[in-house]
Design a binder for this molecule. Structure first.
Ligand SMILES: [Zn+2]
Length: 192
């Protein structure tokens, strides 16, 4: 089945401006089949994701968490829960504002603590093509990291896979998906 999805979405459960029903409505309107709620671990309001069960939607809604990890400095790792599988994504390397060799070293070090499955190649939905290199030997995913309405739908992934949480996670792990950007997409300015 052809699926379109957002792997990195913030809500009012942490520092996002939109409630869970609002992000579900917005991404549904944009034709998304799945989203992952990935609010910050240190800001997450207790039981905030419980509303997901009550929403009248066909959308696949992953529960996730954006982990703040200290490893020679702070990095962010998204943990996304499937039915039985769990996905770990090293987030927005451009936000580290480090030279490439240090970014690669940071990913390598973090991968010893977390089973990293993929690395983001976007910052807030803007493409960061400098990380689309073989020296970062992971599937590269495009995400919105949306916190606001305007941040929804800049970048996403599409895939052909079984319509289930684990089906989606396995497709990402197998690098069997496409990164997509909307027609107005811009490249994030290099920080160096
Ligand atoms: Zn985030």
């Amino acid at each position: 089945m052809h699926l379109k999805g957002a792997l990195h979405v913030h809500t009012t459960c942490s520092d996002g401006e939109l409630t869970i029903p609002e992000v579900v409505n917005i991404y549904t309107g944009l034709g998304f089949d799945f989203i992952a709620l990935t609010d910050h671990d240190y800001l997450l309001r207790p039981n905030c994701y419980d509303i997901v069960k009550t929403l009248p939607t066909d959308m696949i809604i992953f529960r996730g968490l954006e982990l703040t990890v200290f490893e020679k400095g702070y990095v962010h790792v998204n943990r996304i829960k499937g039915d039985t599988e769990r996905l770990h994504i090293f987030n927005h390397p451009a936000e580290l504002d480090l030279p490439m060799e240090k970014v690669i070293d940071r990913i390598t070090t973090v991968a010893k603590r977390f089973p990293i499955d993929a690395v983001e190649v976007t910052t807030k939905g803007f493409r960061t093509p400098e990380y689309e290199i073989p020296e970062i030997p992971y599937p590269k995913v495009a995400t919105d990291d949306s916190h606001t309405r305007i941040g929804c739908g800049r970048a996403w992934i599409e895939m052909d896979c079984p319509r289930s949480k684990d089906g989606i996670i396995r497709a990402i792990r197998n690098n069997d998906f496409w990164n997509c950007y909307n027609e107005h997409h811009a490249v994030f300015p290099q920080m160096k």
